[in-house]
Ligand binder design. Structure first.
Ligand code: RTP
Ligand code: MG
Length: 139
C-alpha cells in the first residue's frame, strides 16, 4: 500500500450501536476516499492474529474477546498523509481523553469499546489491508 493509504475497522461496539453510516460519513467528509470496504467479522483466532503485537499485554484477552464479539466493517482509506491524519480524526485510544469532535469522542464508550481502529504506520497499514482484502477487492 502506498504511504497515502491507511486501514481502518469500525469495531463491534460502533456496528452494534448503529454508527456505521455516521462514521463512514465522518471519514469521507474529512477527505478520505474509500478504496476497499467490507462488512465481516473476526474469529477469536483471527482477532489474535490481527493484534498479535499486543499478545504480551494485560489487555490482550479482553481485546481479542471484544474484537470477535460481533460484526465489524473493514476499509482501506486514501488521502495525503493518511496515517497521521486518520489518527488525528479518530482521537486518543481512551475516549475520555479523545479530543472533542473526534470519532472516538463522538462514538466510543470505553477504552475497550473504542469504535474504530486506525493503522499506526505505513508498514502496518499495508499488512492490515492485506489481512482483509485481496487485489480484486481494492481500487
Ligand atoms: P487500535 O490499534 O485499535 O487503533 O487502537 P490504538 O492504536 O489507539 O491502541 P493500541 O495501543 O494499538 O491498542 C489496541 C487496543 O487495545 C485496547 N487497549 N486497552 N486497557 C488498556 O490499557 C488498553 N490499551 C489498549 C484498546 O481497545 C485499543 O484500541
Ligand atoms: Mg493500534
Amino acid at each position: 500500500m502506498a504511504n497515502n493509504r491507511t486501514f481502518t475497522m469500525i469495531k463491534p461496539d460502533a456496528v452494534a450501536n448503529g454508527h456505521i453510516g455516521a462514521i463512514l460519513d465522518h471519514i469521507t467528509k474529512a477527505g478520505f476516499k474509500i478504496v476497499a470496504l467490507k462488512y465481516t467479522s473476526l474469529s477469536a483466532e483471527k482477532a489474535g492474529e490481527f493484534y498479535a503485537v499486543h499478545a504480551e499485554r494485560g489487555f490482550f484477552a479482553d481485546l481479542v474477546s471484544f474484537m470477535s464479539s460481533g460484526p465489524i466493517v473493514a476499509a482501506i482509506l486514501e488521502k495525503d498523509n493518511a496515517i497521521e491524519d486518520f489518527r488525528k480524526l479518530i482521537g486518543a485510544t481512551d475516549p475520555t481523553k479523545a479530543e472533542k469532535g473526534t470519532i472516538r469522542n463522538l462514538f466510543a464508550k470505553s477504552i475497550d469499546a473504542n469504535a474504530v481502529h486506525g493503522s499506526d504506520s505505513d508498514e502496518n497499514a499495508e499488512i492490515e489491508g492485506n489481512f482483509f482484502f485481496s487485489a480484486f477487492e481494492r481500487f
